[in-house]
Design a protein around this ligand. Structure first.
Ligand code: G3H
Length: 525
């Protein structure tokens, strides 16, 4: 089948640029190949080389760090002391330039990570909305700070101030959205940043380098490319990072934290693994539940931290649910991203083998594949397999599969899934399906203390971004939402004075003369 012209990549993209200290540099050293796993019988039989990206080294990492460190200048730099509206203006400029790159970024999202067209467009548009909402929210926060309090004879003006240098690392499944959902609030609050894209979804950052360079003062955003081990590690070892902002695996978060010589200085903003369960009660509306479980387990092939990763179904409705669920899943189509199928090739070359190993392990311990097409393997894909009955000896019970395999367990007492959640290392979200309020009420009261979002008759998800996104235990540190992210990347700091005439006159004059960016009472509209 022909690839639509606008989505073709005619020759590999040689990406050699990086952004350090306000300059776009050209990398002359080692590079790595970007291989797309988009292939099928009718288009290409093997993975396709779509480009190369820089494999930068420790020296470049240190340059990026120096640049961010200098721009922050221990809180005295131009950026952290700048007037809020000036930082907002930079961000508005950036977003205007960013939207002109939509087609390029969407095309690369499809090629690099196999996300379907609708979802790739959604990822881009949602990120643009996130930036615009962040600007508006920052104005609200700033307005709230334009106020003097007077308590026990002490007058105070309290605002939020930046923390310092942020190392920002995002995941491959949302290489644009989740990374920007860290980077944008971090910089708008006055921090400076070093950003390294994930393993997949790297080329799509290249079209945005110019926009960053042109919109922000030098050193505020530094973008480097390469392996975490080689470039993130030396940055952490320096002790000059104040915030580690990472969405990804807890093992990376732990090893990076361990490198920091002064751990108490390091603030963590982390989005990590999850094993979100669906709990299907005996009175659940099965048709609705099946639809929600399909989108919950299989949107973007299950490669979402919020995906439903284990299903608990009541004995009484188990057969009905499994029949309908299997039938609907077997009707799903696998296609290339521009064909907008729910199922698309997996971007990680090792994923099909990993998923097959999980299936084989579960089968060897007594599970069966319930759906006819389940487990059918191709070089770049495994058809979603519903496994039943699953037990705690199986790897798929514990591991975050991040792919198309769906473990199912039945229960007669809801204590079973609740105990699973209580024992789990994770605590992000849950979906509960049922109708009887007298049964649901007490269950919800337990669930809210085990996770941070209980979805009633709805699949788990992060959005809308206005709501808090976080988790308990090993699933997250800090809270992200348009509002909370601005808080996570800042700290309350204030100017206090004894309430006497001398101080009153100074403050009045400071406000009238607009001599301070901090001590002021004006509103940005
Ligand atoms: O990978 C985790 C994402 O935050 C999930 O976001 O629920 O909007 O797909 P989503």
């Amino acid at each position: 089948m022909e690839i639509p012209k606008k989505f073709q990549i005619n020759e590999p993209i040689s990406h050699t640029k990086f952004l350090i200290d306000g300059k776009i540099g050209k990398w002359e050293g080692r590079t790595t190949k970007v291989i797309s796993t988009l292939f099928c019988d009718t288009y290409a039989k093997e993975p396709t080389l779509i480009g190369t990206t820089p494999l930068m080294d420790e020296a470049s990492a240190n340059q990026a760090l120096d640049s961010a460190y200098k721009a922050f200048n221990q809180g005295q730099g131009n950026w952290p002391t700048m007037k809020v509206y000036e930082r907002i203006r930079c961000m508005e400029n950036f977003v205007k330039k960013m939207v002109t790159k939509r087609d390029e970024v969407v095309k690369l999202l499809m090629w690099e990570i196999g996300k379907n067209l609708n979802d790739s467009e959604k990822e881009f548009d949602r990120t643009v909305d996130y930036i615009k909402d962040t600007i508006e929210e920052y104005k609200i926060i700033d307005r709230k700070g334009a106020d003097f309090q007077n308590n026990s004879g002490v007058r105070a003006i309290i605002r939020r101030g930046p923390l310092g240098v942020v190392l920002c690392l995002g995941p491959y499944n949302y290489p644009l959205n989740e990374t920007f959902a860290l980077l944008i609030p971090a910089i708008i609050m006055g921090n400076t940043a070093i950003f390294k894209p994930a393993k997949h979804g790297v080329l799509l950052i290249a079209p945005l380098l110019e926009a960053f360079k042109e919109s922000f003062p030098k050193g505020v955003v530094n973008i480097i490319f390469g392996r975490g081990r080689e470039i993130a590690s030396p940055i952490m070892k320096s002790g000059k990072v104040d915030v580690l902002a990472l969405i990804g695996h807890s093992s990376s978060a732990i090893s990076l934290q361990d490198l920091h010589p002064q751990k108490n200085r390091l603030r963590l903003v982390l989005g990590l693994e999850a094993k979100n369960p669906a709990i299907i009660l005996e009175d659940a509306d099965i048709d609705l539940t099946v639809d929600e479980c399909i989108s919950g387990t299989l949107s973007y092939n299950g490669q979402r931290c919020t995906a439903l990763k284990i299903i608990y179904v009541h004995e009484k409705v188990k057969d009905k649910f499994l029949n309908k669920f299997s039938k609907k899943i077997d009707e799903l189509n696998l296609g290339l991203p521009w064909e907008n199928t729910l199922l698309t090739p997996l971007p990680e070359p090792s994923k099909p083998d990993y998923i097959t190993d999980l299936i084989d392990d579960a089968k060897s311990l007594g599970a069966k594949i319930v759906n006819k097409r389940g487990g059918q393997k191709q070089k770049n894909f495994v058809f979603p397999a519903i496994l039943y009955p699953v037990n705690d000896k199986m790897r798929v019970y514990q591991e975050e599969q991040f792919g198309p395999v769906i473990p199912v367990i039945s229960f007669s007492n809801v204590k079973k899934p609740i105990d699973f959640m209580a024992d789990s290392n994770y605590g992000q979200q849950v979906s509960i399906f049922g109708k009887d309020v007298s049964r649901l009420g007490p269950i919800i009261d337990s669930l809210v203390n085990l996770v941070c979002r209980v979805n009633l008759n709805s699949a788990c998800q992060r959005g809308p971004d206005i709501y808090p996104f976080t988790g308990r235990k090993d699933s997250a540190v800090s809270t992200l939402s348009v509002h909370d992210a601005l808080r996570s990347f800042s700290i309350r700091t204030f100017v206090a004075s004894k309430d006497n005439d001398l101080n009153k006159n100074i403050l009045r004059e400071m406000i009238d003369s607009k001599k301070s960016s901090f001590v002021r009472t004006d509103y940005y509209l």
